[in-house]
Design a protein around this ligand. Structure first.
Ligand code: GRF
Length: 196
């Protein structure tokens, strides 16, 4: 029986993707399990969603997240093999990108390289897509490298944007794609990384 991979989900806010990943891997425990939710905001919903599903969560400040001893200690203590950033708004420190290279993935709510980079997160992305008159948008799941939203793309899915779509309409369409695709894409990255 292979050792089950243990995932940490980093989230800063609502945590709907974190919750979705926890539920998915509860039904796919042969591949992995979500063992920890890391959040940088004490008032965020993400840690509470984790606890409601019996998953450990830890709230860490920016300084703690940037301190190798602290964040590495927490991830090692929880036996974390893989990191998913889902709505995580801080820049991941380089030492962490190094430690988890090839095993740290981000989901961005647009079709990178368009509408990516610093400041492009959450509602801002969808507002920019509508303002630009885009006819489609989508999600990008990619490996995390040193720069914002620059790592190798793993998966993209697109959805049409109609002329009368508001940013809220676009957000809803994109969220549907996230909920539908993020878990199985993470599962396949982990399943394919076995034995490396
Ligand atoms: C999602 O739109 C995700 O693509 C982006 O931030 C949002 C997180 O939402 N990175 P949630 O906190 O998972 O609900």
């Amino acid at each position: 029986m292979p050792i089950i991979k243990r995932i940490a989900v980093f989230a800063s806010g609502n945590g709907s993707n974190a919750e979705n990943l926890i539920k998915y891997f509860n039904d796919h425990r042969e591949t992995a399990e979500v063992a920890l939710v890391v959040c940088n905001r004490p008032d965020a919903l993400a840690p509470r969603r984790a606890e409601a599903l019996g998953v450990a969560s830890v709230v860490m400040s920016r300084d703690q997240l940037n301190d190798p001893e602290t964040i590495n200690g927490v991830l090692t203590a929880h036996g974390i093999d893989f990191i998913v950033l889902a709505g995580f708004l801080l820049k991941v420190p380089e030492f962490l990108v190094d430690r988890y290279r090839g095993r740290i993935v981000n989901i961005h709510p647009a079709l990178l390289p368009k509408f990516g980079g610093k400041g492009m997160y959450g509602r801002h992305v969808h507002e920019a897509v509508v303002a630009a008159g885009e006819r489609e948008t989508g999600i990008t799941i990619h490996h995390v490298s040193e720069g914002y939203d620059e790592g190798r793309v793993i998966f993209q899915a697109a959805v049409a944007v109609s002329a009368d779509d508001t940013p809220a309409d676009v957000e809803r369409k994109v969220r549907d794609l996230e909920i539908r695709h993020l878990p199985w894409v993470i599962g396949s990255v982990i399943a394919n990384s076995d034995g490396e």
